[in-house]
Design a binder for this molecule. Sequence first.
Ligand code: S3P
Length: 446
Amino acid sequence: MSRNQAVLEAIDQHRIKLRGAAQLRGELTVPGDKSISHRSVIFNAIASGEAFITNFLPGEDCLSSIECMRAMGVEIELDDTARTVRVKGKSIRGLTESAEVLNAGNSGTTTRLLTGLLSGQNFYSVITGDSSLRSRPMGRVINPMRQMGAQIWGRKGDTLAPLSIKGTTLKGINYSLPVASAQLKSAILLAALYAEGETHLSGLIDSRDHTERMLKAMGAPLLVSAEELVMKGPATELIAQNVSVPGDISSAAFWLVAASVHPDADLTLKNVGVNPTRTGIIDVLGEMGANITLINEREVAGEPVADIRVVSAELRGTSVSGNLIPRLVDEIPALAVAAILARSNTCISDAAELRVKETDRIATICSELGQLGAILEAHPDGMTIQAGAKLRGATVQSHGDHRMAMSLAIAGLLLPEGEELEIADYRCADVSYPGFWSDLEKIIII
Ligand code: S3P
């Protein structure tokens, strides 16, 4: 098949136009993992010694974490690409009060992790962010923090940012996590580093475990078992650790979906993190019939890594629920694109968390993919996606949500000849995947 129009065309600063691609081919190295990048800076900032972080994600969210730590006196240097970072640790008690309000931008991870960290400092802090962040639930972190003795206030009955935190001496708690949130788990573990006595976490602790891995590697007094996490606070010292950040599987997910559903695709994704708490998307696409192979599996800086080859396949629908959800929570917008092109229906449930992400993703997935001709029915905790949609051109909105912008772009690559997709507010992809649009151009054959 040959087509003569460019697949990708920026209309202006905010809007981009896409057409279907005849083939997808090539090799990509996706940028560093967002979760690991945040943690590598925040944890090394309170460690003793100096750390070099390579393949750091220079996305806006992780840069917010850097700015917040700098505001508390931490010396952090970036190279020209912002992918190599040097953090000079201040040691566990060495942070200093910021003269400014801490600005977490769009980043829930920065806000929640720092809420835990700031609760146990001997100074006062205020943390805020953009309008999306200021609408995201913070009560889930404030409640256990208060049980530990923290003094925190926020808007709307202490549930929304800006948050005002008067650091104090904390005490360990026994806490059963009511939501499978790694941000919540990490916030409590960071506070527990400073608390007197043991903190025991149980309940929904099966979410991404990068915090546990990195804190243990730094020598934190943390015991991990399948049933509970125990921090024996207060910690006296963390030892700075160099981190080589693996590629982000949440970014690789867009290419895994695009190549699986495109009729003529063969892509290889190099150096992708395949931590089992994050590989739900590979398992679900596999169940749907995708042709995905992990090559050269290895361990880098305590995290499993592999290259991944994905070629076209015919997908069938599936059901996704229960403890699979935290293993692919960020990949559901991309998965929905796979589902609309599958041969049978897909049902996603137990995913009410999607309603409190950067946007209400259940609503935005259903409305925007619906514009393209897909039939989706929203439920309070998920959605049903009808198979076999005949995609048509449309004008759609990312609603400022990076993962929505990229999922819509993938859907655009699958349009039939003659159809066009216009995506408004497309540049928010930079929040987690700077270089997304040029990577997209690299793999397209028209
Ligand atoms: C993250 C955890 C997830 C995820 C977010 C990053 C982290 O949020 O959606 O993009 O780095 O801990 P929750 O843990 O709140 O589900």
